[in-house]
Design a protein around this ligand. Sequence first.
Ligand SMILES: C[S@@+](CC[C@H](N)C(=O)[O-])C[C@H]1O[C@@H](n2cnc3c(N)ncnc32)[C@H](O)[C@@H]1O
Length: 302
Amino acid sequence: MNNAYHTSVLLQACIDYLIQKPDGVYVDLTFGGGGHSALILEKLNEKGKLFAFDQDADAQKNSLKDPRFTLIPQNFRYLKNFLRVYGIQKVDGILGDLGVSSHQFDEASRGFSIRFDSELDMRMNQQNPLTAKKIVNEYESNALFKLFKEYGEVHNAFKLANEICNYRTNAPINTTNDLKLAIGHCTPKFEEHKYLAKVFQALRIEVNQEMDALKECLSQCVEVMDAGSRLVVISYHSLEDRLVKNLIKTGNTEGIETKDIIYGTSKKIFKNLTGKPIVPDENEIKNNTRARSAKLRVAEKL
Ligand SMILES: C[S@@+](CC[C@H](N)C(=O)[O-])C[C@H]1O[C@@H](n2cnc3c(N)ncnc32)[C@H](O)[C@@H]1O
């Protein structure tokens, strides 16, 4: 679906893989503009149910008026608890389209984008007490180094962390432009955009505790998925994709193989349905450049 809020990525492929039972119970972990959810509802019959999560209050404005649909305005790290609130123990399929919506990127005041000068916010959940501003002004140099290295894979993370700490001894870093100014000496010429994108990605992941939330959520997916149900996940960077890949291979996000006690063979939790991840074709990328880093993996619970 193409709407002003967000253009859904790999829409048809996701839904074709996800829906096996038109009367089943499904979860959309990342509702956003509701494009994936709307197509799921089209494929379900009158007995089917869809529960969707989104922690961003703005996404609630896109809620769908359909008696089979429930929007849960919460972090998907609480998947199991909230399904229990609605009396759901097992589901027939789970979709996750990870990361940030176009709305979040395009709304200057949210502070996600390097294109605008705005307050360094980057919270998906506006109630979250941690902002990017707090991180750059208050984290110790070592903590900054770690997050830029791990979440941004920034090559000069040590220098970057030091530059931020030096700058803030003279003036606070409140806005995206302040940050660009503070790290000007570390930003490689001619690769400015790419470098800043990595820095912003690292901050965003830390603000929203994205890796911990995803780990917790994926572990709960294993628990709530019925045999034969499908996990369909689109990720947009290698850190997310690694967790999904590990889960599909071993049943846990660490990628630790568990052996069957009697036969000594590796225990299989999922059947990998896609092998290599599916990626958008040229046409989709031409129409929606934000689709270019998408990787779709699908697995069936055994
Ligand atoms: C890429 S968009 C999803 C777009 C959606 N599939 C569509 O078709 O419009 C990701 C959405 O997931 C939400 N999100 C990301 N992490 C989340 C989390 N841990 N819990 C709940 N929502 C989350 C974001 O707020 C954002 O709206």
